[in-house]
Design a binder for this molecule. Structure first.
Ligand SMILES: Nc1nc2c(ncn2[C@@H]2O[C@H](COP(=O)(O)OP(=O)(O)OP(=O)(O)O)[C@@H](O)[C@H]2O)c(=O)[nH]1
Ligand SMILES: [Mg+2]
Length: 292
């Protein structure tokens, strides 16, 4: 399954983001801490690099990710040239202050009332960009929602007299080349419901969790070892939850949706779908180079 999800407003959003970069000093690139590699938008990376703006990678939703793997990602990103990364949960107001402290360091020539520090927040849909802004302001100033593509336009917010932050609509890129990236983004809710197949997404998600977190699957769903694969995996969840359709058959779609939602809501545990080393392996094995 190759996922192509590029709602109409995103073309305009891309052009506006390119224009906005000229008037901003630091780019805050928000990633999903459960999929820090898959949630890097190569299009954002390329326009940011073209404008030569310093940037801070924020691995948000760290409360849902595996803390050990998040630590590996932070180490990995911080060892890369011109890359700074922190992890946080936008649900914790205290965590979010780190964003400002780091951005100040990246643009030490700004941050006065005459020359305020101008930050542009970017990332794929639904990673928590607007939630970070609300946490920084300590009030609901930007619209948030638990579906992708909530923010439709840029919104300029004065954090204080020395700092300005611009929220942007979540952006995808026109074609996700690596299949696993598409699945991880869909599972983590960065892709619209009409653009992916729930059963296929759930099955690939189940393969990843079987490999990385078998114990969590056993605890949550009462699997016996070996944990079954494919339709048997979903069939077990359907049976356990009594998801039955006419004729007594298991409702695999309902089981798939439930399983994906359990992952999204952290019900299965603190889960990271990829680590720096698993991602390297995935990319080494993939012959296709990501188009942007
Ligand atoms: N568990 C958890 N949920 C979060 C966190 N940050 C944001 N969320 C939730 O994620 C969902 C998306 O948040 P938004 O702030 O609307 O995301 P966004 O990146 O602005 O999304 P778009 O505007 O659609 O691109 C909301 O349901 C938030 O409550 C976090 O750190 N942890
Ligand atoms: Mg938003």
């Amino acid at each position: 399954m190759s996922i192509q999800w590029y709602p109409g407003h995103m073309t305009a959003a891309k052009r506006k983001a390119e224009e906005a970069m000229e008037f901003h000093d630091v780019i805050i690139e928000v990633l999903d801490a459960r999929i820090p590699g898959s949630s890097i938008n190569p299009m954002i990376e390329s326009i940011r690099t073209a404008r030569q703006r310093p940037h801070l990678k924020v691995l948000n939703k760290a409360d849902l990710a595996d803390p050990k793997i998040t630590e590996q990602w932070i180490k990995y990103f911080n060892s890369q040239p011109k890359t700074n990364a922190i992890s946080l949960s936008a649900k914790k107001t205290n965590d979010v202050k780190e964003v400002l402290l780091n951005c100040e360091k990246l643009a030490p020539h700004r941050g006065t009332s005459v020359k305020p520090l101008r930050m542009l927040i970017m990332g794929v849909p639904n990673v928590g960009k607007s939630t970070i802004i609300n946490a920084l302001k300590n009030k609901k100033i930007a619209k948030v929602g638990n579906v992708p593509a909530v923010t439709k336009m840029q919104q300029r917010i004065e954090i204080n007299s020395r700092m300005i932050l611009t929220d942007t609509p979540g952006m995808m890129w026109p074609k996700i080349t690596n299949e696993l990236d598409g699945i991880f983004l869909a599972a983590s809710h960065s892709i619209g419901i009409n653009a992916y197949d729930e059963i296929e997404t759930a099955l690939i998600l189940s393969d990843t969790l079987k490999e990385r977190y078998p114990e969590s699957l056993i605890t949550q769903y009462g699997f016996r070892t070996p944990i079954p694969s494919d339709e048997e995996f979903l069939g077990h969840i359907a049976k356990a939850r009594n998801f039955i359709i006419k004729g007594g058959k298991a409702n695999l779609l309902k089981a798939a949706v439930t399983f994906i939602n359990d992952y999204r809501n952290g019900v299965i545990g603190k889960i990271s779908l990829e680590s720096p080393s698993s991602r390297k392996l995935m990319l080494d094995n993939s012959k296709i180079k990501q188009e942007i």
